[in-house]
Structures are given as structure tokens and as C-alpha cells.
Design a protein around this ligand. Sequence first.
Ligand SMILES: [Zn+2]
Length: 628
Amino acid sequence: MARTRTGLAVVALVALVALAGTTFAEEEKLFYDTRKEIPVEYRWNLEIIFPDIEAWEAAYESVEAKIPELDAFKGRLGESADVLLAATELQYDIGKSFEDLIVYAFQWQSTDTRDATANTYVGRAQALGARLNEAASFFEPEIVQIPDATMAKFLEDPRLATYDHVFDNLLRTKTHVRSQEVEEVLAGSSLLRAAPGQSYGFLTNADIEWPTIQDENGEEKKVIPALYYSLLQSQDRRVRRDAALALFGTYDKYGNTFSGTYGGLVQKDVWMAKTRRYPSTLDMVLDQTNVPSSVVETLVSTVHDNLDAVHQYIELRTKVLGLEDFHIYDLYVSMVPAGETTYTYDEGWALAMEFWKETFGEEYAAVAERGHNERWIDVYPNTGKRGGAYSAGSYNSVPYLFLNWDGTFEAVSTLVHEMGHSVHSYLAAKNQPYHDADYSLFVAEVASVASESLFFEWMLDRTEDPTERLALLNFRMNSIVGTFLRQIFFHEFEHAAHVMAEEGNPLTKESLGNAWGDLWLEYYGDKVTLDDEFKGGWARIPHFYRTYYVWVYATSFAAGEAIVGRFRAGDETAVSDYLEALKLGGSVYPMDAVKRAGVDMNDPTVIRAVMDNFRKILAEMEEILVEE
Ligand SMILES: [Zn+2]
């Protein structure tokens, strides 16, 4: 129920303290000990949701009081159009209010994860959410039991017709709903089915003692999974190597347990697909998203057709970094260590605003401006604040932006990415009723990727200096590798594991490790040296516990890039089509929303364009580096 969207772009939480004794009076402070020290205009205003905690309590009580009302509809949904309407309205009404409760508590906690009171409120909201889910669990099974003719008659009522898409989506997969007896068994297994993911979480977050290494300054640093990418950015290869081997060595050490938890999850998927009468686990998941399997097939085959360009990229990295042999921990470090431009938040904001106005026009820029004036944005890191960046809000309030500004170009790019989500949510909420506003992940990342990518092109157009261009190109390359390629790689691993299980082969530390290792060599080329520890690398990916979830990032990326293509080609309706697509929210299926922006995901050239772009960027990087 919660409308909580987490941005993919992650800004590492870096505690950068303004240089002491600096002569610049205007030096930007980039880290605060307490939130009170942060000037109010850089802190978000949660009072837009609730003026005070008493208002939260009152809303909580009113939601809780509605649970018995929901119960009263149990077993009655097929009675009449009136009953179905009243129950549906009640359910969405509760959902909408609940969103305010959870978003408020979660945002509060995000700004200080050590705050025990905030943690209590999050816990209370989550527990209430679980009770609501349980209370509403009769909805879906009851609705699919309503005979088609009766349902069609109900939907003639204009008051119910507004829920068209909601019901259509629910009834679409009706043929895979089994008898009541079978459904009861399936429902009763929900806690069992959650066990693999739970064990994985306990193991990685609580039980495993992560090792320490010495950082660049010789200080002890604990290598926790969340620090993986920031450690791999180290220009000191010894730090990268020690960090990677320490981390992956640990996954490898617990490899049997990890293959046990993941194997359990895969077996659960296979069992569910069989019970629901799907030909495969992949078919089951794609049916839920309502995306044809050809889209995913094109995704995989396009990447395979272009792996030579990826291998060429690895060769360039090897050469520029001056390495004799390329290891996996050399994949993300910048090839342009010096000369990165820095921005104060105000400068970054002004730059982004110029970009929004020029690229998307006044309507879009006005939403961003409102966000600024009404304080939707939490800018600076402080002690206890969660890391990363995201956009999240509730239908009744505003789409907040959570940042950890560190003054880099990546920070500006992240602001543009998250604002893409926020403008999307804002326009969807303005133009759709609550039940049609929430959009799927497939559509969500399209908006953010398109704006981030347009921003990159816009910056590139304005940059003449070869070193600065190289820094931009390097940044862009990392994002194509990280968001597009890597997610398809992950998808292939998931698919290999599920096929192994479907064919009756055991999932062991060895079989999963070999599948992972083979993919590394296939994707990045056989010039890559694969350290033994890396075979346990698959265990690092928590997304694997949401089956077949990662490919969506790659398709969204491709769709975003295709929209960029329309903008760049000077297509006159590109902007208006894009804004209209955002306004659709979740009122249509994901493929149709993207189509409104002028992109047909059935067209394989959409996906091929990403790899064409990869080649173009690679060529310019090679040119600049060879000239130097
Ligand atoms: Zn995002």
C-alpha cells in the first residue's frame, strides 16, 4: 500500500567537512552533526503531511477504527454493485490515509535513524499496515469468484466504472486462480514462502561479522555490503582489492548457507508456477507485470550481440588505468581521477533549473520550483541520516526528495533523477484519482532515467574542454554499465538458477558459483581475471529475493533513452507526449504508458539504441584518451 519509491541512483554518504581555516567565507558546509544546525530552507517540511504528532495519532486512530468496517464486507463482494462499490471505496480510502501515516514516520526516521521515537512510529505504522493487509486479503479471491456476466453488469454502474483498470488488472490473470481449497493452501504458505528472504536478511544484516581492511590512510574500515561501490571507487588499487576480496571471501565462506536460502526461494517459485499452471517461473512473473516475454528476450539478445563493445571497454579501462591484468574490482573506478567540477547545492539547483526550463518547459519547471519553495527537499547529510537518495511521498501530501548532497556532479545528476520521480508523482496525483495514480516500477524509472540522461546530453553540449567531457562520458558509461548491463547480467543469473531448478538440477554453492563466474567471463571477456572469491558474488544481491525484478531497470533505462532520442531529434511533440505520459500515472498498463511518450517497447530498436549509444560514448572516450 505504501507509495514509497526508492531511487536507483545512490549517493554514497560521505562525511565531507568544509576545510578549516579556509579564506572563502561562503564555503558550503557539507555535513552537519545535528539537524538543528542546518538552515531551515535545506530541510524538508513534514508538516505538509501532519502539523504535529497529535495529528498523526488522530489519523492512526481513524484508520484503525475502519478495520471492522472492512471486515463487515467479507463474503459479500458479489452481492451487488452497491456492495462492491462501498467496499472498494472503503479500501482505497483506508489506503490513502495509511499512506500519510507510513510516509510521515518513514521520512522522519530517514533523517535520523537513531531516533528511538521515530523508530517506534515506523514500527507502529508497519504493524498497522500488516493488519490492514490481512483485513483486506479477502478482496482478490472474492472478486475473481464473481461470475463474468455479473461482473460485467456491475461495471455498467458509472460509479464502479472508474475502477475499470483496477478490476481489469485483477481479472486479467483469473485463469491462474485455482479452486478455493488450493487457494487456501497457497495463502496459508505465505510465511513459509517468506522464510528464505528473511534468513538472508538476518544472515547479512545481523549474523555475519564483516571483515575490516585498511583504507587509503591506513585506518581500519569495516567492509559492509553497503560500502561496496564506494570502496570500488578508490583510486588506490590495494584498497579496492582488499575490500573486494574481504567482502566476497565472506560471501564465499558462507556459500553453502546462501545457496540454501536462495535455493529455497527458487524452489518456492517453481512450486508456485506449477501450482498456478504457468509454463515457467519467468512466464508467471511477466504475466503479473503484463509485459510480453519478447521484450525480455530482446533485452538479453541485444546485449549478447554487443558484448564485443563491452570487451573493448574493458580493454580501454585496462590501458588507461595502467593495469597488467584486469580484475573485477577495476570495473567502477573513475578513469578521470582529477579535475572534477564541484557544485554548491545552490549552484547545482540553479543549473538543474536552467536545464528543466530549457528541456521540459514551464509546466515542469513550475513543479520543481514549488518543491523548492514549499521545502519538499532534504538536502544535506547529518549524523544518523540514512544514506542514498530517493523520492517518496503520499497522494494527499507532496512527493518529497531525499538527498545527501556532496557537491559532486553525481549529486546534481541525482537531484535531476529524483526530481524526475517527484514531478511524475505530482502530475499523476494531480490528474488521476488515488486508485489510478500509483505507477509501477517499469514506468517509474523511465521518467527518472529520461531526465537524467537528457541532463547528461545537455551538459555535454555545453562542455568543450576534453578533460571535462571525459569526466562526463566516464560518468555516463558507469551508469549504462551499472543500470543497464549489470541488471541484465543479474537477470540472466536468476534465469539460469530457475532453469536449473525447473530441470531438476540441484542449486549448490558450486552450481550457482559456476553460473555466476561464467556470466562474468561472457560479459566482460576472458581477459578478466576471475578471483576464486568472486564466485560467491551472486550472494551479494538482495534483489534476487524479489524474483525477476531486476530486468525492469534495464527496460526502463532503454525506454528512457528512447524518449531522449525523440527530444534530441527535435521532435516537436516530444515534450508534450512525455508530460501526458507522466500524467497517466497507473491508469493504464506500463507498456501503454510508455507508448504515450512515443516509445513502443515491442520495437527491438529501442533496446538496441542503448548499446549504439554505448559504442558512441566509447568511441569518443577512446579518441580523447588516445589524443592525450
Ligand atoms: Zn529512480
